[in-house]
Design a protein around this ligand. Structure first.
Ligand SMILES: [Zn+2]
Length: 610
């Protein structure tokens, strides 16, 4: 996995003209460079490189375009990570991951691992001792008491405080015979480069939460700042072979008894919530370690229970978190409910104020996640195209996963069809297409950045699948002024390739050619889908190549998109007519038929004539 800053650093140092120049003889031409395309055979040069925008594009038969990374991927037949590593080496950028000892152990891993585990256990005891016995750290105990935590929770979760000073822990542990690389493997220290000192304590004067694996062994720490202005507020151990955030759930070991007894786990946002709830008598909560929930988390949970209740903070982040968790739980066979606590309180605050009984009551009465979500949509009434498109996109993975429900998702499909005005055939197609996209090969460890959506040399299938959409995209980039005047409501919701649609929305929203250029430049440097790159680089090359998209293309393609919209509206209304027929609502039926007539005659559908 590469951080954005590493990628940007490589990009800024590796000049695309130099890199491509190693493989292709380039000649200056106008503002750019030109040469024979390395990706197809040709006699006259149609391959352009733009030094300022750092993109290339072939205007010959292959139409390949992209950035410095995709050039290497394509030319050398290597993966995105390989291309990044190769360029990084060339330009002397060190890749974060590969510096640490963890990936390149100096000793056999298992031996260090064992010592690292011992180090973590020792550190947990030491931190706990400082908190409970050392008068110098009374301020930490005071903070804990202020949060309403008693010795019961302090003991259960083995809370502690890390010492003052830059290397107090390192000194202490050195005396106990722990070696530097063992502390490093334990994630307890931060190495310092280009210095005579090896490094310093990762956690200094913080409230320490030992993180245990499901057998109770300490594998890492969560740490909360105690001093005003100490950033970040929450700091976790780095991922190590022992501590994998995408697998570990805080509280699973400590609260396993009640999770089994109640046959239900509460999923909350952070470790403070888990401990706060425990103190108040709610002892079946767990929390991910500052990451989104993963399939691995679900598998861990499932060894204890298949029932979960999400209780996230009632803010935008919390809402988005439970929305995102829906397909994941369904997919992994977990039955999930969601609780939104009243009064804008987080779990810790609520349980302190209202008590555990009221809290459990809310959990019992909580609606199924999916039901709750559909109700949210229904409450919005008639959906605009933008909302509709958004919900379709969000519901697609849920619809796919719903096949695991006892009724194979039949009820859900029915509701979605009604709410979003989609036919069953459309839903079926949507889920099939999405599944196809989801099942595309990708290396699991590279997933979070998800840049290479298509492997080099893969067939241009997206373009073949939705030819009109891609033509629209190309035409829009070729005639932005015309595109900006084409109302969003005339096309959003009617582009079949959802990623393309969201790219188009981003471009349209700029409403400005030079702003659009900036958006496209950033797309060209981060994307690796060949079709997107081909269209984007074509537009970026406008100044350095004569080949231009015919501006007359746009009105023609836009007309075909409008026809598609009209057809979809007719279909949607016809569905509603059928539904009102079934419900015997003749007044509604008449209104709908009137609207249908108007659309067919080409007059605007809204407002319907009174
Ligand atoms: Zn070419």
């Amino acid at each position: 996995m590469f951080s954005d800053s590493v990628l940007n650093e490589i990009r800024s140092r590796a000049d695309i003209v130099d890199v491509i120049g190693r493989y292709v003889t380039l000649k200056k031409s106008g503002q750019g460079y030109q040469g024979l395309c390395p990706f197809h055979t040709e006699k006259t040069p149609s391959f352009h490189v733009h030094p300022l925008k750092q993109v290339y594009r072939c205007f010959g038969s292959c139409s390949k375009g992209g950035n410095v990374f995709t050039f290497l991927m394509e030319h050398e037949g290597i993966s995105f990570p390989e291309a990044v590593r190769r360029l990084a080496k060339d330009v002397g950028v060190k890749i974060e991951e590969e510096k640490s000892f963890i990936r390149q152990p100096v000793k056999p891993l298992s031996e260090i691992q064992q010592r690292a585990l011992a180090a973590l256990e020792w550190a947990a005891k030491y931190f706990h001792h400082l908190l409970t016995q050392d008068k110098n750290y009374a301020f930490a105990l005071k903070y804990i008491e202020k949060r309403g935590l008693s010795p019961k929770s302090i003991e259960k979760f083995r809370l502690g405080v890390s010492p003052k000073g830059w290397d107090t822990l390192i000194q202490m542990m050195g005396k106990r015979g722990f070696k530097w690389e063992e502390l490093l493997a334990a994630g307890l220290v931060v190495p310092k480069e280009d210095s005579k000192y090896q490094g310093y304590d990762r956690f200094r004067e913080r409230l320490m939460f030992p993180i245990t694996d499901k057998n109770g062994a300490v594998v890492g720490f969560g740490a909360r700042a105690l001093k005003e202005g100490d950033e970040p507020k929450y700091l976790n151990s780095p991922d190590t072979p022992l501590f994998n955030k995408s697998k570990i759930l805080y509280g699973l070991f400590e609260n396993q008894r009640d999770i089994r007894l109640k046959s239900e786990a509460l999923v909350v946002e952070g470790y403070m919530d888990v401990v706060g709830l425990f103190e108040a008598g709610v002892q079946n909560a767990i929390a991910p370690m500052g990451t989104a929930l993963t399939p691995e988390h679900c598998r861990e949970l499932k060894t204890f229970t298949n029932k979960v209740v999400t209780v996230f903070d009632p803010d935008a982040a919390g809402i988005s978190a439970w929305h995102r968790s829906m397909p994941l739980f369904l997919e992994n066979g977990l039955f999930a409910k969601d609780v939104t606590l009243p009064g804008g309180l987080d779990p810790d605050e609520f349980v302190k104020k209202e008590g555990p009984e009221r809290f459990f009551e809310l959990c019992d009465q909580a609606p199924q996640q999916v039901t709750k979500y559909l109700k949210e949509i229904a409450a919005k009434g008639v959906l605009g195209e933008k909302d509709r498109a958004k919900y379709i996109q969000e519901l697609t993975p849920i619809l796919i996963a719903s096949r695991r429900l006892p009724d194979k998702g039949a009820m859900l499909w029915d509701d979605v069809s009604r709410l979003l005005n989609l036919s069953f055939e459309a839903i079926q197609k949507l889920t099939q297409d999405a599944q196809f996209r989801l099942s595309k090969p990708s290396t699991p460890s590279e997933k979070p950045i998800a840049r290479p959506t298509v492997k080099p040399g893969a067939k241009a299938s997206r373009r073949q699948k939705f030819p009109l959409d891609w033509e629209f995209f190309r035409a829009a980039l070729g005639a932005p002024e015309k595109f900006f005047k084409f109302p969003k409501s005339d096309w959003v919701g009617f582009i079949k390739d959802p990623e393309l649609e969201s790219l188009l929305v981003t471009v349209w929203d700029t409403q400005d050619v030079s702003q659009m250029g900036k958006v496209l430049e950033s797309l060209a440097s981060t994307h690796s889908c060949p079709e997107v790159l081909a269209a984007v680089t074509e537009s970026l090359m406008n100044e350095v190549s004569q080949a231009k998209v015919d501006p007359q293309l746009f009105p023609e393609v836009a007309k075909r998109i409008s026809e598609r919209k009209q057809k979809a509206q007719i279909q949607g209304l016809a569905n509603q007519v059928r539904l009102s027929q079934r419900l015997g609502d003749s007044e509604e039926q008449l209104k709908l038929l009137e609207q249908l007539k108007n659309i067919r005659m080409g007059t605007p559908s809204t407002p319907p004539k009174a």
